[in-house]
Write a protein that binds this ligand. Structure first.
Ligand code: GLU
Length: 381
C-alpha cells in the first residue's frame, strides 16, 4: 500500500519541494558529496520526466560551526543565536558550493535562494520571491533554498526548514513536499525505544493522536524532530499539498521514494492548493482600491484569465504592489478581488495599454498581468 501511495503522489505532482535535513548533507564538518551526487542525479531524472524540483536544505550551521569555534558535541539548542548565525554565514557558502558542483555534474544549474519566514509573510516580498522562483523554474534552474539565518530574529532551530519547505510549496503551488531526515516517517511509538512501535504508511487526516505519536525532538545534529514535521504536515495538507516523511540517509532516496521502494509516511492533502489559496485570499483581504474593467476583461476573467492592463478603465484608491484591490464591472458591480502586481500610480499609467507597452509606459519591465489569476478570487463571474 505504502509503495503505490508515494509513487502515485510523486508521479502526479508537477512541482515538488524536497527538504534535506542537516544530518543527511553533513558528516563531521564536511558535505557528504557522494550522497549529494546521488541527489543531483535523482533531480536530473525527475527533470527529464518534466517535473520541477525545489530543494530546501539545512546544513549551513553544521558546516560552519567548526570555523566559529563551536565544538561538535554541543547540542544546537544551547548555542547562542549570534554564534549560530555566524556559523551559518560560513557554512552556507560551502553548502551552496557543494550543491552547485554536484548539480553541474548533471548539467543542472543551481540557484541560491535565502528567505526568512517573516519576509514570506509580507505580501510584497512574497510576490517578489515567487516571481523570481518562477523565472528560475521556467529556465530549468534548481532553487536551493535555506533560511537567511543571519537576519532571522527567532532562534534557528526545531525544524524551521520544515516550515520553510511548506511555505515555499504554498508560494509556488507545489503539489508535494518531501521531508528527508533520519526517520522513515511516523511510528506509533519511538522505534528506538519501543520494539512494538509500528510504522504508519498513510495519514488521511491529522489528529491529536498523530501529534502524540511524534513525541519530542531528539537532540543532535538535526534539530527538526518529528513534532515539527507533523506540524509542517498539518499546514501542507491544509493548503492542499501532500507531505511525505522519509529516511533519506541512503543514496538515491528521492528516486527510491519515486519508485515506491523507500519507506515513508504520506500525509494526504485536504484541498486543492488553488482553492485553499483563494479561500485564504477571500477571508484575509481588505481591498485598498478598485480596478474597474471593461466588458472584454469581464469575459476574459470568466474564462479563467488574468487581469491585463488593457482591460482596466479606471483606477481608484492608493495601493502598493502586493496589496489587495477590488475588481469592478463597468456598471460598478464587484466582480472579485486580488493581489495587484502594480501600485495605483503604475496601474493608472498602464490602464488601457497593451502588456507589451509596459516597459515604455513605466520606464522599466514588470509582470504582464495586473492581477495574476492565481492571486484572484471572483464572486460568481
Ligand atoms: N538554517 C539552518 C541551517 O542551514 C537549519 C534550520 C533547520 O534545520 O531547520 O543550518
Amino acid at each position: 500500500m505504502i509503495r503505490s501511495d508515494t509513487q502515485a503522489t510523486l508521479s502526479a505532482a508537477r512541482r515538488v519541494v524536497v527538504k534535506v535535513g542537516s544530518a543527511l548533507i553533513v558528516a563531521g564538518d564536511a558535505p557528504r558529496r557522494p550522497w549529494l551526487a546521488a541527489l543531483a542525479q535523482d533531480v536530473a531524472a525527475l527533470r527529464k520526466k518534466g517535473k520541477e524540483v525545489l530543494i530546501v536544505s539545512s546544513g549551513a550551521v553544521a558546516l560552519g560551526r567548526a570555523a566559529v569555534g563551536i565544538s561538535t558535541g554541543i547540542a544546537p539548542d544551547t548555542i547562542p543565536l549570534a554564534q549560530k548565525q555566524a556559523a551559518s554565514a560560513v557554512g552556507q557558502f560551502h553548502l551552496f558550493a557543494a550543491y552547485s558542483e554536484a548539480f553541474l555534474a548533471h548539467n543542472l544549474t543551481a540557484a541560491q535562494v535565502l528567505l526568512t519566514m517573516a519576509e514570506t509573510e509580507n505580501r510584497q516580498s512574497h510576490l517578489n520571491a515567487r516571481a523570481a522562483l518562477e523565472v528560475l523554474l521556467a529556465r530549468s534552474i534548481t532553487p536551493i533554498i535555506n533560511e537567511n539565518d543571519v537576519v532571522s530574529t527567532g532562534e534557528i532551530r526545531f525544524g524551521d526548514n520544515d516550515r520553510l519547505a511548506v511555505r515555499v510549496a504554498q508560494m509556488v503551488g507545489a503539489e508535494a513536499v518531501v521531508l528527508l531526515s533520519t526517520v522513515g516517517g511516523l511510528y506509533t511509538a519511538d522505534p528506538g525505544r519501543d520494539s512494538a512501535a509500528r510504522h504508519i504508511p498513510r495519514v488521511e487526516a491529522i489528529g491529536p493522536e498523530h501529534v502524540e505519536m511524534a513525541g519530542e525532538a531528539v537532540p543532535g545534529l538535526s534539530t527538526g524532530g518529528m513534532k515539527s514535521k507533523v506540524a509542517a504536515a498539518l499546514s501542507a495538507t491544509r493548503a492542499g499539498a501532500a507531505l511525505m516523511i522519509a529516511d533519506g540517509r541512503d543514496s538515491h532516496c528521492v528516486s527510491r521514494l519515486h519508485t515506491g521502494a523507500l519507506r515513508a509516511t504520506l500525509f494526504v492533502p485536504q484541498n486543492n492548493p488553488l482553492d485553499a489559496r483563494k479561500r485564504w485570499l477571500q477571508a484575509h483581504l481588505h481591498p485598498r482600491g478598485t480596478l474597474t474593467v471593461d466588458a472584454g476583461a469581464v469575459s476574459a476573467l470568466a474564462k479563467g484569465g488574468s487581469l491585463l492592463p488593457i482591460g482596466v478603465t479606471k483606477v481608484q484608491g492608493h495601493f502598493r504592489r502586493g496589496d489587495a484591490v477590488a475588481i469592478a464591472a463597468p456598471d460598478g458591480a464587484r466582480l472579485g478581488m486580488g493581489l495587484t502586481a502594480y501600485s495605483d500610480a503604475e496601474a493608472r499609467a498602464l490602464a488601457g495599454r497593451r502588456s507589451a507597452e509596459i516597459p515604455e509606459a513605466l520606464g522599466y519591465a514588470g509582470p504582464d498581468t495586473l492581477i495574476h489569476r492565481n492571486d484572484m478570487v471572483l464572486f460568481g463571474v
